[in-house]
Design a protein around this ligand. Structure first.
Ligand SMILES: Nc1ncnc2c1ncn2[C@@H]1O[C@H](COP(=O)(O)OP(=O)(O)OP(=O)(O)O)[C@@H](O)[C@H]1O
Length: 312
């Protein structure tokens, strides 16, 4: 059977469709589409056991097998730390549109960062970035670079404010070349360094996440230009009032003064504390907040506390 060619905008599966793995024989029922990217489609599925999982399907068997292997390796070394969705079945399936390859993983619940910030306030950006830093520091300690770090690959749980990462296709051992990346976040595209997998590669992407989240129109304008213009990015970011609290930190990374996530996190703590104070002040005068607001503040405060205990 020929391989499925994801040419049309029509997703491969519709809700209610059963998927039966050809080799392992596991059965899943599609509940809906969670997202689509350049490499595949991700579906919410219900397994035979009743568990709700996520199934990533692609026409590229090697990509699917590699991602599955990366996630499995990370689970092997993570020792209780959450370094990505738990991963299960790897198989292929014959569909009406051809053969497709899939793996099954834990379904990460959460929404995109941008709408979360719109609802909760822009000052939450520092708390979200702090969590991404924690994740990156652990990954770097294990000798891996995340590679394709971007806003679209982070999901935040609305209730707890907890951030999780998805799409581990770009994870690369330190020293090798990053193979999966997105131009806006790629320092090599901006002419600001190589694609060698190292801590500073992810750190550059982290700063670009800040710009993309807090000044999305700037990100749109600059990424639409035919050639990347780093001087214009620098000039625009340094004069944009929305990025004012972040300017020193962005400049420190872009000028090469800060090259590790640990150093970035130390400076970020000041912004997090300022965010928490702002939240307290703003809401103190308001009507009683809802339960989820308190949960969010507590989770952020706990994060700050844990950092102080471990690192200070
Ligand atoms: N485990 C998961 N749980 C919930 N949602 C997920 C999960 N994995 C992926 N998604 C959703 O599906 C979207 C696309 O998935 P993913 O980024 O893995 O696809 P991709 O084709 O590799 O994308 P890219 O073009 O970024 O390489 C994600 O942005 C996310 O919203």
């Amino acid at each position: 059977m020929a391989t499925w060619q994801p040419m049309s905008s029509e997703p491969l599966f519709r809700a209610g469709v059963p998927i039966c793995g050809k080799w392992n024989g596991q059965r899943y029922v599609v509940e809906g589409l969670l997202g689509r990217g350049a490499n595949g489609e991700v579906y919410a599925v219900k397994a035979g056991s009743g568990d709700r999982l996520a199934l990533k399907v692609s026409s590229a068997s090697s990509d699917i097998a590699l991602e599955h292997k990366i996630l499995q390796n990370l689970q092997g070394v993570a020792r209780g730390f959450d370094l990505g969705p738990l991963v299960f079945d790897l198989d292929d399936v014959d569909t009406k549109r051809g053969k497709a390859f899939f793996y099954v993983m834990e379904q990460v619940r959460g929404s995109s960062l941008a709408p979360f910030l719109q609802r909760r306030g822009r000052h939450w950006a520092a708390v979200l970035m702090l969590q991404v830093c924690t994740f990156l520091e652990r990954l770097h300690q294990l000798g891996y670079c995340f590679g394709d770090l971007k806003v679209e690959n982070c999901l935040v749980d609305e209730q707890s404010g907890r951030v999780r990462l998805v799409d581990f296709g770009g994870v690369t051992p330190f020293g090798r070349g990053v193979k999966e990346y997105t131009e806006w976040y790629d320092r090599a595209w901006w002419g600001q360094g190589s694609r060698r997998a190292e801590a500073s590669y992810d750190l550059f992407a982290l700063t670009m996440m800040v710009v993309a989240l807090l000044a999305p129109d700037l990100c749109q304008k600059l990424s639409a230009m035919s050639t990347p213009n780093f001087s214009l990015l620098l000039q625009s970011a340094m004069s944009d009032p929305r990025l004012a609290p972040w300017q020193e930190l962005l400049r420190a990374v872009w000028s090469g003064r800060v090259t590790t996530v640990g150093r970035f996190r130390e400076r970020l703590m000041l912004l997090v504390e300022a965010s928490l104070n702002k939240e307290r002040q703003e809401k103190a005068a308001d009507a009683p907040r809802d339960f989820s607001d308190w949960l969010l503040i507590c989770s952020a405060a706990t994060l700050v506390g844990v950092f102080c205990l471990i690192f200070l």
